[in-house]
Write a protein that binds this ligand. Structure first.
Ligand code: GLU
Length: 506
């Protein structure tokens, strides 16, 4: 029974660019919140100072803005459960860690990095090639379980470096119901004694996520499946600190796979996985990466594609607007198996959305690609007509620049091989006469077409013989939309100029 107000959170660590999986988590959170008239919270999990990347938090905001999934509460927007940046909540966590120690559910560990390293070497066996700090090891280490209370007190007073670790119980079954996977259970003996509070006084993710989900009254927590192995620790912390009845419902989202299996770094570089280019070098790939936005994806297509990576509504429908997704999405219909990302399919979504949306919604983005070709748009109305005409031929936004460039710049090279072999004097004369006959009042696709064809047959030419040369004159090659639409948009003067210029060339 769900009586709590729905409150969900996206909780990224600002350590690099946002990738497909991250934005899909944002999307599922957002859809779920909107569907239940709930709140969608952005919490920045920046407690690991060693992984801090300058600019990464701003990148997250820019990203959410671009995809149009804005949180109701965030570090920027504030809200009554703030602060929303974990580094600013540092004093909150310690009392919970202390409470766990006082109750014997956690302990203080003084081991130095060298001692930990030695432990990994000394306890290594064939059966256990990478020993962890767990119930089999903890009694041989330097911690509040093995040292006398006086010694612990002395060390603490001396300011000795220490961490707080959870004391995982032995042989208990830890269970919870995952919204996607159903009943999940773990044997507590197989989980190590994870650090909860680090030597710098910052909590680790494990403590912070539980404390903050509680204090922020999170009702449902959706996160990547890589967190499933840590979930027994979180369930125990819920039980110890706040009571299991307060625990949010979990959903562990499946991995996103590449066409050949796991998405590799190489796939990332190839397909531009980050949402858009980062203005820093990604420490993980040491490359400046190009993202979906730069590749010319529309945000509408991007979220539609992401929604379907692991979910469908049970019908064949593939195109969904954000509003439809809010209505139809259900977390229970997310598959537990990995979802396969297919770049060609992503392009298909984009092409569909290019056709579906009014061209005015992406005209500004297309202008930037034309600008890269040195073309500045001044006449908006004409520009939108051009976009309308070529949009069927554009899969990604930069395709528009290729498909539309000849409307703004006359060709300077022509596919002469397509025309020359069949060129003759009759054709030269025909086009010269056409120039004479073109009247300003006839400047409309249908009239132009019927006149042109009529003049051709009067000159004893089949329309097919002169249509291709006409196209090459106007655009330079054998491509583009309906040739009379092109002429209509170019205008009479420009059309005549291009015919004349070509006649000097052929
Ligand atoms: N900070 C974690 C991450 O970036 C968040 C996981 C969660 O949503 O609980 O993966």
């Amino acid at each position: 029974m769900q009586t709590k107000k729905v409150r969900v959170r996206f909780a990224p660590s600002p350590t690099g660019g946002l990738h497909l999986g991250g934005v899909r988590t944002v999307l599922y959170n957002y859809l779920f919140a909107r569907q239940h008239q709930g709140d969608f919270i952005l919490r920045i999990e920046d407690t690991d100072q060693t992984r801090f990347v300058e600019g990464a938090e701003q990148y997250i905001y820019d990203c959410l803005n671009w995809v149009g999934l804005t949180p109701d509460e965030s570090p920027l927007k504030g809200g009554k459960f703030g602060p929303y940046r974990q580094s600013e909540r540092k004093p909150i966590y310690k009392q919970y860690a202390d409470q766990l120690v006082a109750n014997g559910q956690a302990y203080i560990a003084f081991d130095t990095p060298e001692e930990l390293e030695r432990m990994r070497v000394d306890f290594k066996t064939e059966q256990n090639p990478s020993p962890q700090y767990d119930r089999t090891v903890r009694n041989k280490m330097r911690n509040s379980l093995t040292l006398s209370p006086d010694e612990v007190k002395r060390l603490l007073e001396q300011g000795a470096r220490h961490v707080i670790r959870i004391k995982m119980p032995e042989n208990e079954t830890i269970r919870f119901t995952d919204m996607i996977r159903g009943e999940v259970e773990f044997n507590s003996s197989l989980v190590d004694d994870k650090v909860l509070l680090k030597a710098d006084g910052m909590p680790t993710y494990h403590l912070a996520v539980v404390v903050d989900d509680y204090l922020m009254e999170i009702s449902h927590a959706f996160r990547g499946e890589e967190w499933l192995p840590s979930s027994p620790v979180h369930v125990l912390l819920w039980e110890y600190l706040f009571g299991l009845d307060k625990m949010p419902q979990w959903a562990h989202l499946p991995l996103i796979l590449g066409p050949q299996g796991k998405l590799s770094k190489r796939d990332g570089a190839k397909y531009g996985f980050p949402v858009f280019a980062m203005n820093w070098t990604d420490p993980k790939t040491s490359e400046l990466t190009e993202g979906f936005r730069e590749r010319g994806f529309l945000p509408e297509a991007f979220i539609n594609m992401l929604a379907l990576l692991g979910w469908n509504d049970g019908t064949e429908q593939e195109l969904f607007s954000k509003e439809e997704l809010v209505e139809k999405f259900s977390i229970e219909r997310v598959h537990s198996g990995g979802a396969r990302f297919d770049f060609e399919k992503a392009k298909w979504f984009n092409h569909e959305w290019i056709k579906k949306l009014p061209v005015s919604s992406y005209a500004a983005a297309v202008k930037t690609y034309l600008l890269q070709k040195g073309i500045t748009i001044t006449d908006e109305t004409r520009f939108e007509k051009v976009l309308e005409l070529v949009k069927d031929r554009a899969t990604l936004l930069p395709d528009f620049a290729e498909q539309a460039v000849f409307f703004f710049r006359a060709p300077t090279a022509w596919d002469l091989d397509a025309v020359k072999p069949k060129w003759n004097e009759a054709k030269t004369q025909f086009f010269q006469s056409v120039i004479e006959k073109f009247k300003p009042a006839d400047w409309e696709t249908v009239i132009l077409e019927s006149n042109f064809k009529e003049w051709a047959s009067a000159a004893g030419l089949k329309p097919g013989e002169v249509l291709l040369p006409f196209r090459v004159m106007l655009v330079g090659g054998k491509f583009g939309p309906h040739v009379f639409d092109i002429a209509a948009l170019l205008g009479r003067e420009e059309t005549i100029k291009r015919i004349q210029r070509f006649l000097q060339e052929v």
